[in-house]
Design a binder for this molecule. Sequence first.
Ligand SMILES: [Zn+2]
Length: 328
Amino acid sequence: MAALVDSILSLLGWKLPFKFVYSNEYWMMDIGPHVFPVRKYRLLYEGVIALGAGRGDFIEAKPVSEKDLLLVHTPKYVRKAMSGNLSSLELQALELPFSPAVLRFFMLMTGGTIQTVEEALRIGLAVHLGGGFHHAFPDHGEGFCLFNDVAVAIEKAKQEGKIERAMVVDCDLHQGNGTAYIFARKDYVFTFSIHQMDIYPSEKPPSNVDVGLWSGDADLAYLQPLLSYFPRLYEEFRPDLVVYIAGADPYRRDMLSGLDVSAAALKKRDRIVIEGARKLGIPVAVVLGGGYAAEIEETVNIHLNTIREAIRAWKKTQLAVTSLTQSE
Ligand SMILES: [Zn+2]
């Protein structure tokens, strides 16, 4: 009976409890042979369908407006990026070839994270099958990141009065330098980053909490600090929104990672971050971040595990959250 109900709901596009923001254009960006795995977005989309998602479970990402980019980025930088007039030094820092397709990719990704935050604030949880470009600064892009989608989405929600305070939980392998810099003097955003120390970015502007790991650090070194900070930081800061950057790149077989972290530990990490927030009734917007395993399927599987944990957390906490809001 349950299977029948599931398949009817799936046909109607209602099988999964929350929405996935995505665009088919994500994987169409042509950057030639490059470590940045554009194809993972398509494989992940297919993976979510295999989990039971129907057409109605997806929200089509729309490009960010110039006005919204200006909430974080300088007018000069936005003008240069929009007209494709980046200098060779700026392109070197970006580490991506530039083309109208690349600009379109980052406009969609930024718009997609805005939509993910809005959806999370509406129903409590949403997942962007993209996003997490945390190395972009107000006046320049770096490390495959043209625009800081997470910062733009938070500033927009704040400006529209949808939130008072937000927390960024950045579990990408690389420190969230752009996000830390952008929110350094803004006390309404708490930034947390757990990352490998002895790799890019060489300069790490301080987050509110930085957990630095070193080459060779394994599961325990990765999970212990997370367990000691969460849910404590949620309880202390009481954010109205958590943006979770669920990077797949801390993984031991990732080409950029020196850590010895297993896929199982990353799944536990997802549980600590997502379930911890949901138990307190805090909306969670999940974005992907990096992932560069030699076998792209491994990266996709780690991202799918994050989605499995999000579904599990939703089911486990939904009743508690409903009674919490009803008693308020
Ligand atoms: Zn990364």
